[in-house]
Design a protein. Structure first.
Lengths: 111, 112
């Protein structure tokens, strides 16, 4: 399956800072998803996006489905220590079973 | 809430053994998936199933097989375990095609 280009690979930030990460693809997707994985756990769905241009929030998290359908970004505002983990983007093509995942952004938050 | 349960969190097996990883979901989902997760490589799809007794190869099926005899249960089988199959294995399920997948907590498998 196609690997998405997710950046940055890792981020070291201070508590209270805002965070931005993004994901790009050479293919068009009809669904963009963002997951978070805590150490030793499975990924948990944070936000699902279904329309180009859609902007969706979940608490301090905001994600957008790019207009070209080939990219998405995730913002975290006012980071806290429990935001630590790996954030994955994922894309699904129309009518497909498979989900394509990015390699993940590892977030470290210093209190 | 969707619950995807993997039978073991940690497993240690020996080279050449036949290994079974079990996954159960309780939300009547149609589709189930097995991934392996390795540092720097993200999640790679091994096999998936879209119905009972139906299976499709993913991106890295070599050395693995699967079984789905009941809708709620999807098993991953390592026919003859090798050290390069040491990894984190994640099971996921989704209600229908195109719906987001929900993951279990993973099985960290070590092959010695």
């Amino acid at each position: 399956g196609q690997q998405l280009n997710q950046s940055p690979q890792s981020m070291f930030i201070q508590e209270g800072e805002d965070v931005s990460m993004n994901c790009t693809s050479s293919s068009i997707f009809n669904t963009w998803l963002w997951y978070k994985q805590d150490p030793g756990e499975g990924p948990v769905l944070l936000i699902a996006l279904y329309k180009a241009g859609e902007l969706t929030s979940n608490g301090r998290l905001t994600a957008q489905f790019g207009i070209t359908r080939k990219d998405s970004f995730l913002n975290i505002s006012a980071s806290i220590p429990s935001d630590v983990g790996i954030y994955f983007c994922a894309g699904q093509a129309l009518g497909g079973f498979k989900t394509n995942f990015g390699a993940g952004t590892r977030l470290f938050v210093k209190a | 809430d969707v619950k995807v349960t993997q039978s073991s969190r940690y497993l240690v097996k020996r080279t050449g053994e036949k290994v079974f990883l079990e996954c159960v979901q309780d939300m009547d989902h149609e589709n189930m998936f097995w991934y392996r997760q390795d540092p720097g490589l993200g999640l790679r799809l091994i096999y998936f199933s879209y119905d009972v007794k139906m299976k499709e190869k993913g991106d890295i099926p070599e050395g693995y097989s699967v079984s789905r005899e009941k809708k709620e249960r999807f098993s991953l089988i390592l026919e003859s375990a090798s050290t390069n199959q040491t990894s984190m294995y994640l099971c996921a399920s989704s209600l229908f095609k195109g719906q987001p997948q929900h993951f279990g907590d993973g099985t960290r498998l070590s092959i010695l």
